[in-house]
Design a binder for this molecule. Structure first.
Ligand code: ASP
Length: 439
């Protein structure tokens, strides 16, 4: 058994957290490849080391005073190193970092040092080999991740290693410059490492016990999703549920390597298992509910629209012209509605309306703003009758007016449009009917 274990910033924010991580790793021999993030926040008011590094670099490269921020960063590591009782001196590393900052080595280089230094500390603490991600994870000249090359080199390098720490978040271009993934990118590194070594499992350790069925700011203590497919996850993540970096699923997805989201502070919890597909019956008909506010709808009506070839294309071209992407397009016989993000749309509102008039000569165009979209997602819906019925009767009972309904052909989700002001109430009603009262 080979497992890749990635630990997020809050799991490595202090010596105390490092010790929990050490216990987790030592309790299972198969946890052989470790991918750390940079130290995160120790409490709500604290700062992430990555953010401090960006600040420090910006100040240094603009000729402003940066020394205080650099000291703050060094203190974070000293606290961890001393707290773990390690005999490790990072002075030369910090001297090199300072010099490179002054020589404008780049913001990506700066940000990557959080993971780099944490990797050194982690390797020392565990007695694992340290492998600099710059030597095994590659980007091309445009900054795009090089999948094939990385997989080959990384796989080759790790095949000779029993246990190693590979810092997350960054790699290098061919000229040696450091390049990072987008924020939260250590999740992606973990997935890349898991693929390269053909891991049996990619464990992603964070500060929650997995994906929650719904947003805890709306539902008090929502249930944890035990098992979820990549497709379901994608639907929920798109609607705003986030625990894992979006790109982290791609390397492992096709390899049949499951991702297990675990809680460093509650290692006894099983967390959420993310898989390509499963025949395990879901506990509830629905897997999760997520949603977003801030949409508006543009309702276009024209008699005999259904007979007009190219109508939809002409309308969408107008949106395309202004760089506005659409979210949903429910349609009727003589009507077509386009849902867009209000913030993207507002600036071009009048031009888009004028454009639609010119393009398709509609009978009228009507708009409604301050709408929310809610996605009810679940692989179990396909095999269950009455799901839509239950959703809408629950919403009716809660006096929520449904503005739009859209069921994807995959039958994996039902999207419901409601007023922004009904958003929380609608989610509660759906949660109650499927989770709180379903056994
Ligand atoms: N440290 C980086 C960030 O804060 C990457 C990561 O934690 O995954 O975004």
């Amino acid at each position: 058994m080979k497992k890749v274990v990635k630990f997020g910033g809050s799991s490595l924010a202090s010596a105390k957290q490092f010790k929990k991580v050490g216990d987790i790793i030592r309790s299972d021999k198969s946890r052989r490849f470790v991918v750390p993030s940079a130290p995160g926040k120790r409490n709500d008011k604290d700062e992430k080391v990555t953010d401090l590094l960006y600040q420090c670099y910006d100040a240094a490269s603009e000729g402003k005073s940066y020394k205080k921020i650099l000291e703050k960063i060094q203190e974070r590591y000293t606290e961890i190193i001393d707290g773990l009782g390690l005999n490790l001196n990072m002075d030369h590393e910090f001297a090199a970092i300072e010099e490179n900052f002054l020589n404008k080595a780049g913001r990506d280089y700066a940000a990557s040092r959080g993971e780099y230094l944490n990797g050194i500390v982690m390797a020392e603490y565990l007695g694992y080999e340290f492998i600099d991600a710059a030597e095994v994870i590659f980007f091309d000249e445009e900054g795009c991740f090089e999948t094939e090359l990385t997989n080959k080199e990384l796989g080759e390098r790790l095949s000779h290693v029993e246990k190693a720490v590979i810092p997350g978040f960054y790699g290098s271009k061919h000229d040696g410059t450091i390049k990072t993934f987008s924020r939260g990118g250590s999740d992606v590194t973990g997935s890349i490492v898991a693929k390269a070594i053909h891991a049996d499992m990619y464990e992603n350790w964070t500060d929650v016990s997995g994906f929650l069925v719904s947003d805890p700011r709306i539902i008090k203590n929502p249930e944890v999703i035990e098992i979820i497919t990549y497709r379901e996850l994608r639907e929920l993540a798109y609607m705003g549920a986030s625990v894992l970096h979006e790109d982290a699923i791609f390397p492992v997805r096709k390899e049949g390597i499951p991702i297990n989201i675990r809680n460093t502070n509650k290692p006894e919890d099983k967390g959420t298992l993310i898989v390509e597909s499963t025949c395990r019956k879901p506990r509830y008909t629905i897997t999760g509910i997520a949603g977003k506010k801030g949409f508006c709808s543009i309702n276009i009506e024209k008699a005999m629209m259904n007979a007009e070839v190219g109508f939809g294309r002409k309308v969408l071209e107008v949106f395309e012209k202004y760089g506005i992407s659409f979210e949903h397009i429910p349609s009727g016989i003589d009507t077509m509605t386009v849902f867009v993000h209000q913030s993207e749309f507002e600036e071009f509102e009048q031009s888009v309306i004028a454009g639609i008039h010119r393009a398709v000569e509609p009978d009228f165009v009507e708009m409604e703003s301050d709408l929310a979209l809610i996605a009810v997602v679940g692989r179990g819906m396909k095999a269950t009758r009455g799901t839509a019925g239950r959703i809408f009767s629950a919403l009716a009972h809660s006096r929520v007016n449904v503005k739009m309904i859209d069921q994807g052909s995959s039958e994996l989700n039902i999207i419901i449009g409601v007023k922004n002001s009904d958003f929380e109430e609608a989610i509660k009603a759906i949660y109650d009917i499927f989770i709180a009262t379903e056994v």
